[in-house]
Structure formats: C-alpha cells, structure tokens
Design a binder for this molecule. Sequence first.
Ligand SMILES: [Fe+2]
Length: 269
Amino acid sequence: MIKLTDLENFILKAAGRKKLNHDEGRIFGLTNETIKKAVVCWMPNGDAIEFAAEIGADAIICHESLFYPYDAPQVVYGEVPKDYLSWSANAKRLNLLVKHDIGVYRIHVNMDRISNCDALVNLLKLGKLVHRDLEKLHYIVEFPPQTLDKLASQIKARLNMKQLWTVGPRDKKVRRAGMIFGGGGLFTNVFWAEEFISMGCDVLVCGESDEYAMEYFKDAGAGAGAIVTSHRLSENPGVEQFANSLSKRFKGHLKLQYFAGALPNQTHE
Ligand SMILES: [Fe+2]
C-alpha cells in the first residue's frame, strides 16, 4: 500500500515540478488516500474500469480525463452543464467505479513530461532529436530528406497501425518534424502546430487530429503538411513506461498492471 502523497511526490520529482496541475491528482474516490493495487492506463473508460474490477484493483492511475465534456469539471470552453454526470458515458463510468469501489487518479501533462514524449520519440526513431523543451512540450526531430509517404510508412509500422492520415503532397521531401503529441493536433490546438511551423518544421507528426485541423495543416507553412496517427497509440508507449517506473519505485508496496486498451473505432473500407 502507498499513500497518495507518495505518488504525488514521485510525480513531482520525476517531472521536476513543485505542484501538480489543476487537472491532476485524485479525481474520484480514494477517500482513505491510499492505493493497494492499481491499473495504469491511458483513459479510464468502461473497458479499463472493468479490467480494474477483474483484477481487484482499488485504483486507476490514468493520463486522460474520466468525464466529458473535456475537461470536466474544469471545462476549457464555456461552462460544464449541470447534468454532465448524467450523460450516458459519464454515468456508465461512474456507476462502474462505485459498483467496484475503484478510485481514479490522473496525471496529465506531467505524464507527458515524465515519459509520454520521450517514449514516442524513442519508439519512432525518426532521426536526431535537435530540440527538446519540456515546458512547452516542443520536440523537433531531424533526418535526411525523405518523402512524406516514406516517413508515414515508417511511423505506421512502428506504431503497428493498419492505416493513418497524411496531409500534403505525398512526394514532397521533408527533413524536420515537429512532434505534436496526444491531442495537440486537434483543431482546438492549432496554435501548437503554428509554433512548430515558426520553428522551421516542414512536417508535423501528430497523435490525434480532426478534419478541421487538417484543413489548417493543408494551408500552413510551406504546405508540407502532417502525419496523423492516434491519441491513444501515440501516448500508450509513455503510459507503459510510466507504469514500469512506478512499479520499480514502489516495488513490494504497490501492485500494478498496465492496461493498453483498444481504439474505439473500426476501419470500414
Ligand atoms: Fe493526451
């Protein structure tokens, strides 16, 4: 068993911070402020909670939000609807957590700093990391000029994906990639893409993106465009690495299991 303060101290030390962010820490339950057995996962969705129940965990340590709208109860845009806990997906998660007496602890940007960004860059092995700013989460990788197509194939293979999206001329040579992790490629976050473009990146390697953002990428910078993967798949390597370091740090005190989960969508061709 560990105390929540032990977990918090571990995170702060590893991330080099003085306090957790507003959306991090205890999100639900964990009223005795301890954890005996935890599942570490990307998002505490229904599958993850059911897995935690199956193995008898009393906590889920996660990277993404438990409830919608993003990032309830601290919504970025507008106000949280007063009935958000009655929304069907939120209610399902809440009921499962209560039924199985499982609490949730979230580590968001600090998990990006501790492991998510480095793990993805190390896994993709695209080239030389020439810029690494853990404050702004700016990672830039350079490699010998190659086509967008070839770079996309390499990323697809390393992430074990069946398909991904690219934006821009497929035969255009690129050599400097801005790494946009997780949901940074969504239309709400195009400022991030613009930061990379102003730093001379000719391709954006994204986690999750949407059509609205891809319209932006298409007109952005020199038009080299972007490669779009997946939010979960771009961050899971780091979530797993975080789980391993947690299990090493609290060996003998905390039982822990990593849960990779699956993408929510299927491909129809
Ligand atoms: Fe994320």
